[in-house]
Design a binder for this molecule. Structure first.
Ligand SMILES: Cc1cc2nc3c(=O)[nH]c(=O)nc-3n(C[C@H](O)[C@H](O)[C@H](O)COP(=O)(O)O)c2cc1C
Length: 387
């Protein structure tokens, strides 16, 4: 069973990710994880914090000589900003009142109020430090290990931005790797150069107004065999698992597979992908409205999933709220903040999708070593080819 957990607060000493269930013999390096961490930090619209952090992964366990050992892989990512927060975030305490940096003017749209009520904390810092998407550095590190595993089998996972605010990229004729290549060059991770310029303007305009913007990201996956996930039980369905993983990303409020919501307004004949057969290609489709999943299983076509990201909750021109302690009507607190995090979500979504796919991969082809997984995968590929 593949699983992961993260720990750590936004302004605490470090973030930690533990990934359990990877096979032995997978080549991994901190440099590989760091490349993905750097991609997560980038993106037009991020705040000052991302200029402070360097996000260097350090293995604490589970890896020797550049290969996994089969045990839990533990990764540490230090927070450089910790130096500025030692007093406020001291785990040993007591925290001096004048240095506590308390948050009581809870922000609409953030976890502050619901978390303070639930955990009986009169300082919302106790909530926001963990609710913060700084946590996603741990997730991206964990996800990078699973991207590495999928790479071994020729699976490519490509995250990119489809829209920011009201600006949408034009539908693309590019192949998924081309989309990835173009997005990598864009400050907003969008493969459409014209839309990129308009998205940058949209973010500048929101910043000027003390406001924030959201958008839509897409993850494309090529190289998947048919049969990952299963129709037989609700919690084994690949689309359900992908939706949960994507919805768990901070600020994601909607997920679509393939045509998604658009399919609801079309006739069946304009939605379902007709099936063809060629002796060399096997079964194939001429369209992919299903986004590569039918019946909770991958169907061999490229996977296409999208996530809708709401605008950032912290506003430099704050909304009305109530102080947790005094109950006075005030303006919400302003914590140093991003204006737009959509480009980063494209990278986090890659990690989330890769984790679910690797989990399903190991369920189907599982083994204790990479060589064993490879044998099991090869046997299945031959079975499908000979079908
Ligand atoms: C990469 C990333 C960066 C984010 N940066 C901020 C930020 O700077 N300020 C903020 O208020 N929210 C930010 N958010 C969103 C909050 O973390 C999120 O809205 C909050 O945890 C509440 O969760 P919910 O939106 O899922 O309900 C960010 C989200 C992501 C994915």
């Amino acid at each position: 069973m593949l699983r992961y957990l993260t720990a750590g607060e936004s302004h605490g000493p470090a973030l930690v990710a533990t990934v359990d269930g990877l096979p032995a013999g997978l080549k991994v390096t901190a440099a590989y994880i760091n490349r993905h961490l750097t991609r997560r930090r980038q993106g037009y619209g991020r705040g000052g914090r991302m200029r402070i952090e360097r996000d260097q992964a350090r293995f604490l366990g589970g890896v020797r000589g550049g290969e996994t050992l089969g045990g839990p892989v533990a990764i540490l990512i230090e927070n450089r900003d910790w130096n500025n927060w030692r007093a406020a975030m001291d785990p040993e305490g007591p925290v001096p009142e004048e240095q506590a940096r308390r948050v009581t003017r809870v922000r609409p749209g953030h976890a502050d109020l619901a978390g303070a009520l639930k955990y009986d904390r009169h300082d919302a810092r106790d909530i926001l430090e963990r609710a913060s998407a700084r946590e996603t550095a741990g997730r991206v590190a964990a996800g990078a290990l699973t991207l590495r595993l999928l790479e071994e089998f020729g699976v490519q996972v490509i995250g990119h931005v489809l829209s920011i605010g009201t600006v949408r990229a034009e539908p693309s004729r590019l192949t998924p790797p081309e989309v990835g290549g173009q997005a990598e060059l864009s400050p907003v991770r969008c493969s459409d150069a014209k839309a990129t310029a308009a998205m940058v303007k949209e973010i500048d305009e929101a910043r000027r107004m003390g406001d924030s913007v959201g958008g839509v990201v897409e993850v494309l996956v090529t190289g998947l065999p048919p049969g990952l996930g299963s129709h037989v039980q609700w919690d084994r369905k690949l689309d359900a698992r992908l939706a949960a993983a994507l919805m768990s990303i901070q600020a994601v409020k909607g997920v679509e597979v393939g045509l998604g919501f658009e399919a609801a307004s079309r006739r069946g004949s304009a939605v379902h992908d007709e099936i063809f057969y060629h002796p060399e290609r096997g079964f194939y489709r001429s369209s992919n409205n299903a986004g590569g999943i039918e019946g909770g299983m991958s169907n061999g076509e490229p996977l296409t999933v999208r996530a809708a990201v709401k605008p950032i909750a912290t506003l430099y021109h704050p909304l009305q709220t109530v102080d947790l302690v005094s109950k006075a009507a005030l303006q919400a607190s302003v914590e140093r903040s991003d204006i737009c995090a959509v480009p980063a979500v494209a990278v986090i979504a890659e990690a989330a999708v890769a984790f679910v796919l690797a989990e399903a991969w190991l369920e189907k082809f599982g083994g204790d070593s990479l060589a064993e997984v490879r044998r099991n995968h090869q046997g299945y590929v031959e079975q499908v080819r000979a079908f």
